[in-house]
Design a protein around this ligand. Structure first.
Ligand code: HEC
Length: 118
């Protein structure tokens, strides 16, 4: 249960994740390691700064761990892309990273305070 503002903040972050994945896949197809790194970094740890403490306090620990691991995995993918840039390795990292998306989506829903889903 989150306020409308808090829920929106998380959904915005999520759409950023999806944009990064899109940019990474497009970059892989074009063999453009710089584009891959730029897209990945957009969802890295730096993007997780500025989450209000009140929101952090409401989120379950496991949820936060999975979220942080995902931000770190984007940074790792950006590094790999700039340092070695092996497509096979990047694809493997992307597959593992997206395991976090599906794991979390399988386990969590956000409802807005004040109403319930049927
Ligand atoms: C730590 C948990 C967690 C992780 C990791 C996570 N998500 Fe989500 N995501 C959620 C939750 C919770 C929702 C809201 C689901 C609901 O209540 O309907 C959501 C919703 C979304 C949405 C819908 C946004 C909207 O505007 O409705 C997209 C797109 C999305 N996630 C993409 C991703 C992608 C891509 C990844 C991985 C790179 C990812 N998410 C990783 C928890 C997570």
């Amino acid at each position: 249960m989150l306020s409308a503002t808090e829920r929106n903040a998380i959904l915005i972050e999520m759409r950023g994740f999806l944009e990064s994945v899109q940019g990474i896949v497009a970059g892989l197809a074009e063999q453009n390691t710089r584009a891959i790194a730029t897209s990945a970094r957009t969802s890295g740890m730096a993007s997780a700064q500025g989450v209000p403490q009140a929101l952090k306090d409401k989120l379950p620990t496991e949820f936060k761990k999975l979220g942080m691991a995902t931000h770190m995995a984007f940074d790792g993918l950006a590094r790999e892309s700039m340092e070695i840039g092996d497509r096979q390795v990047i694809l493997k990292q992307l597959g593992a990273l997206m395991g976090n998306c599906t794991t979390c989506h399988a386990g969590y829903r956000i409802d807005e305070e004040g109403w319930r889903r049927k």
